[in-house]
Ligand binder design. Structure first.
Ligand SMILES: Nc1ncnc2c1ncn2[C@@H]1O[C@H](COP(=O)(O)OP(=O)(O)O)[C@@H](O)[C@H]1O
Ligand SMILES: [Mg+2]
Length: 334
């Protein structure tokens, strides 16, 4: 039985299905962060993505986002667990799966700088065996879609960062993927181009494509994702719509203290207070802003003040939690 041809039309089951997926990088290159020790990068994660969804994986650097997306796009073999995309096992059925998906990673790599934008897309179309008679039309459409028609004949070495990123996206579409994986699609782009990129992603989704992306920008996840997984230290700390994430902090309060010389030691003391869920510290010019997600703001203020005794306090205020606070709380959850 040809499973692949039936699953294309089958929209009842999840498009991506992940069970206890785990990746341990072997101890090898001492050059790497934790050189000499093996690294548990993804730790028994579970989630599903439905047809046409934009699913985001949100988390800080080193959380395991790229590792996850590489396993799902068949570039990296999981250590244990199981994942299927379009009903196909990412390990056993990788050859069947590859033509039906694509991955776009940001940055400078993966394009041919000596070739023009158009030539790049022609080259990648050939890699995916797009028939010649379709190729010309497809390349033209893709250049148009990402706004590079006017620069089609310009060598990529002369492209700006934003133009390269848009070409990357077009490259990811040459095989008309049913599932598109995007690793940090707006990383390092200026705000306007990042916004255009998000619009493009939304349009692709509206056209029926299933999209899974990673980001460490909270607002981006909030703005664009139907659902998201918050990942930290290889584990999923929260899963749901951006709106439902706010449930995690619905009954909490935020205390915001602006003062001089709040250091890591103070932060640890604040974190250790009973009823404190998370503390984030931001450096302002010559002073710091500590934002604490707490159970009950009013009763905690005297304790906070006593920890910060001797520091010049500029202000203490109580605030309502935002989605960002929910994120910080979930990322910090044990
Ligand atoms: N090839 C590798 N060998 C060893 N450790 C790695 C390798 N790639 C990534 N890591 C480590 O695995 C963890 C997760 O990395 P990554 O998936 O790139 O996180 P993210 O994309 O969320 O920033 C990090 O601690 C990183 O240093
Ligand atoms: Mg990454």
């Amino acid at each position: 039985m040809d499973v692949s041809s039936t699953s294309v039309k089958d929209r009842s089951g999840p498009v991506i299905s992940v069970h206890d997926l785990t990746k341990i990088y072997p101890a090898a290159a001492r050059l790497f962060g934790d050189g000499g020790k093996e690294k548990l990068a993804v730790d028994h994660i579970n989630f599903e993505v439905e047809h046409g969804e934009i699913f985001g994986m949100l988390g800080p650097n080193g959380a395991g986002k790229t590792t996850t997306i590489k396993m799902l796009s068949t570039l990296l073999t999981p250590t244990s667990g199981k994942a299927t995309v379009l009903g196909l096992d990412v390990v056993k059925d990788s050859m069947k799966l590859r033509p039906r998906i694509n991955l776009v990673s940001g940055g400078e790599r993966g394009l041919y700088f000596r070739l023009t934008g158009k030539q790049n897309l022609e080259f990648f179309s050939d890699m995916y065996h797009v028939p010649r008679e379709k190729r010309t039309k497809r390349v033209k459409e893709l250049l148009d879609l990402v706004g590079l028609t006017d620069s089609a004949e310009v060598r990529v070495e002369n492209y700006s960062r934003g133009m390269k990123q848009r070409l990357h996206l077009a490259r990811g579409l040459v095989n008309e993927p049913e599932v598109l994986f995007l690793d940090e699609p707006t990383l390092g782009l200026d705000p306007e181009i990042a916004r255009e990129t998000r619009n493009l992603i939304r349009n692709l989704s509206a056209g029926g494509m299933t999209i899974m992306l990673t980001t460490h920008y909270m607002f981006e996840a909030d703005e664009i994702c139907d659902r998201l997984a918050i990942i930290s230290e290889g584990r999923i700390k929260g899963l749901g719509s951006p709106y439902s994430m706010k449930d995690a902090v619905r009954n909490d309060t935020v205390i915001e203290v602006e003062a001089y010389e709040i250091n890591g030691g103070c932060k640890e003391k604040l974190e250790a207070l009973p009823g404190v869920f998370a503390v984030s510290l931001e450096n302002l010019e010559g002073r710091q802003l500590a934002r604490m997600v707490v159970e009950d703001g009013t009763s905690l203020i005297p304790k906070v003040a006593s920890i910060l005794e001797g520091h010049k306090i500029i202000s203490i205020r109580v605030d309502r939690p935002t989605l960002e606070d929910a994120y910080i709380k979930l990322v910090n959850a044990r």
